[in-house]
Design a binder for this molecule. Structure first.
Ligand code: 4AD
Ligand code: MG
Length: 430
């Protein structure tokens, strides 16, 4: 019987086959150790030389880091092992060589590791991050499916900008041109008016011209949109979602957080309610914390978000930003036309904006005015304007940046480790 390493502890005493790769090996006198990995875990396999046949020892000696192997052995309980078991080897079949594997236990620089991303993914910490990322996606989908949201996929080729024209990737489309999507939002608005509660999850593209720790050119976004929802309810939905995903991932991935040396105590505090501040209150906090010359009306940059983020032990919703620094589709506050009914969720521990969203402009003529003010091509938005002609109702939604969320959960310094194959201004390989 062939088993994955994460299930070995359910079969103590049995003889099994494990298929994987050599993580490490060493010998001391009468005993040899083979650390075997298969992506689900690492198990220590043992050869006792006095008992072992020569064939096993011969094969063991030719194994190198990352050789492919099939090991047969008997599962033994072992208290010192993090997975609770080890293997007494009965036979080893070597499947492949692996000479001079480039990634070694010594420290490598980030650019070397990124050049070798296709191999780096095999390392223990990268494995932990990918497991956490995979579960964030799983529980995010489960959260929305449980609440009876419809999953509606948005297109990737789009005729117009959603989030400003400065970060558009343009691409040929037969004799015409299209843009890679910046957000599925506009399509989710159409879907929300069709099905009430919807979400999409897919890649978003931004031709970011800066090289920061927080920007990718290709990232994944989870975007719910709900008809008859207002700004307050929108923030509550975001809050419920973050609490749900965080709790579930913490329960399931304790070992992975340990592998990452990530203290999970701060994550255990992620409970309702999160903090809520208006933009104007957030500006006051900046003034009290060394940013005396920050002017009301300016947009927050990473250093500003970091100051606010570090002051709180839970996420903070900053809402009612000046409308002139926000997207064309945001509804204005009926109490103050200078403010947009939008919010950003700032993650704690210094992590900054992780969600952006808000209530959408639902009045036809106002939206026409905004499209003109933003110098956007009216003809690309005729369908979007139709949504305000036929049964327009208040609606709201948000976009969660998956990598930003995983970055905070795993406490990574840079976003590039939170996506399998990062795309940045200066990187498109491998
Ligand atoms: O704040 P943004 O630009 O909002 C939207 O795109 C809305 N249309 C979403 C909506 O309401 N449906 O992006 C949303 C989130 C950000 O908060 C951030 O987490 C992430 O997407 N994000 C990026 N992540 C990585 N690299 C980038 N270049 C990102 N730009 C935005
Ligand atoms: Mg934003």
């Amino acid at each position: 019987m062939s088993l994955f390493i994460n299930h070995l502890n359910e079969h103590i005493g049995e003889e099994v086959e494990i298929r994987g790769w050599v993580y490490n090996k060493r010998s001391s006198g009468k005993i040899s150790f083979l650390l075997l990995r298969d992506g689900t875990g690492i198990v220590q396999c043992i050869i006792f030389h006095p008992d072992a046949n020569e064939e096993i020892i011969k094969v063991f000696e030719t194994l190198t880091i990352e050789s492919g192997v099939i090991v047969k052995g008997k599962i033994k309980k072992d208290k010192r092992s993090s997975i609770g078991v080890e293997i007494d080897i009965i036979s080893i079949i070597k499947i492949s060589d692996s000479d001079d594997y480039p990634i070694t236990p010594k420290e490598h620089g980030p650019s070397f590791l990124l050049d070798n991303r296709h191999l780096w993914l095999r390392s223990k910490k990268q494995n932990a991050i990918m497991n956490i990322r995979s579960d964030v996606i799983f529980y995010a989908r489960q959260f929305f499916q449980e609440r009876e949201f419809l999953c509606i996929d948005a297109p990737i080729f789009t005729p117009a900008a959603c989030e400003g024209t400065t970060t558009l990737f343009e691409t040929k489309y037969y004799d015409d041109k299209v843009y890679l999507t910046q957000s599925g939002q506009l399509y989710m608005e159409a879907a929300a008016l069709a099905y009430s509660k919807v979400y999409c999850f897919g890649p978003s593209f931004r031709a970011e011209k800066s090289k920061t720790r927080r920007h990718l050119t290709e990232f994944w976004q989870l975007e719910p949109e709900v008809a008859f929802m207002n700004l307050d309810e929108d923030m509550e939905l975001a809050e419920d979602m973050i609490v749900y995903i965080t709790e579930n991932v913490l329960n399931k991935r304790e070992q992975e957080f340990k592998d990452l040396e990530r203290d999970i105590e701060p994550l255990k505090k992620i409970k309702k309610p999160f903090y809520r501040l208006t933009y104007t209150e957030a500006v006051d906090i900046l003034h009290e914390n060394g940013f005396d010359d920050f002017k009301w009306g300016d947009d927050f940059g990473a250093p500003h978000e970091t100051v606010i983020s570090n002051k709180y032990d839970k996420p903070v919703f900053i809402h009612r930003y000046p409308s002139k620094i926000k997207a064309f589709y945001m509804k204005r506050d009926p109490k103050n036309d200078e403010l947009a009914l939008g919010f950003d969720m700032i993650a704690p521990e210094g992590y900054g904006e992780t969600i952006g969203g808000g209530q959408r402009e639902d009045d036809h003529d106002t939206l026409v005015k905004r499209i003109k003010e933003h110098n956007l091509p009216m003809e690309a938005f005729t369908w979007y304007l139709d949504l305000r002609k036929y049964g327009s109702v208040p609606h709201a939604g948000f976009g969660l940046g998956l990598e930003r969320f995983v970055q905070w959960l795993t406490l990574r310094n840079h976003l590039r480790e939170t996506i399998p194959f990062p795309r940045m201004m200066d990187r498109k390989m491998p």
